[in-house]
Design a protein around this ligand. Structure first.
Ligand code: DAT
Ligand code: MG
Length: 151
């Protein structure tokens, strides 16, 4: 319990718009544990692996260009049901369908500039974490607040 991990990336538009701190703050305050974080200029190779499932979609080239247009902040967050909860905190793929209170609902307007990525399942989280991070970049630390956050 509480050992589930997810991959989150704050996208180039969010960095340009100085939204990084606000976004990190939401996961931190929710009670999740930060396990890894780095600023990355993603290569097209990395992004083609990351978005392999979308390679035939009409927006794919635009998506890779956007995601490599500046640095992203790659993170791993850990906690109870973190994959599903992070997706709920992020909102729908299209910000126009995202409720206020979600990250996309509060910070953006367009699907092509939707400020954040979050893994959609435990399996994708595993795949994405190992794609973006080396094993020794994932830091195991004792969370002294954990027993105040869940049983
Ligand atoms: P999500 O990021 O919510 O998991 P996804 O995995 O279906 O969504 O797509 C990955 C990204 O691709 C998404 O964050 C933005 C872009 N995208 C998806 N659908 C799109 C569309 N119809 N037009 C333009 N970009 C799109
Ligand atoms: Mg996705």
């Amino acid at each position: 319990r509480g050992a589930e991990r997810t991959f989150v990336a704050v996208k180039p538009d969010a960095l340009q718009r100085r939204l990084l701190g606000d976004i990190v703050r939401r996961f931190e305050r929710k009670g999740f544990r930060l396990v890894a974080m780095k600023l990355v200029q993603a290569s097209e190779d990395l992004l083609s692996e990351h978005y392999f499932a979308l390679r035939d979609r009409p927006f794919y080239n635009h998506l890779v260009k956007y995601m490599s247009s500046g640095p992203v902040v790659a993170m791993v967050w850990q906690g109870l049901d973190v994959v599903k909860t992070a997706r709920a905190m992020i909102g729908e793929t299209n910000p126009a369908d995202s409720r206020p209170g979600t990250i996309r609902g509060d910070f953006c307007i367009e699907v092509g500039k939707n400020v954040i990525h979050g893994s959609d399942s435990i399996e994708s989280a595993r795949r994405e974490i190992s794609l973006w991070f080396r094993e020794d970049e994932l830091i195991c630390w004792e969370d002294h607040a954990e027993h105040w956050i869940h049983e």
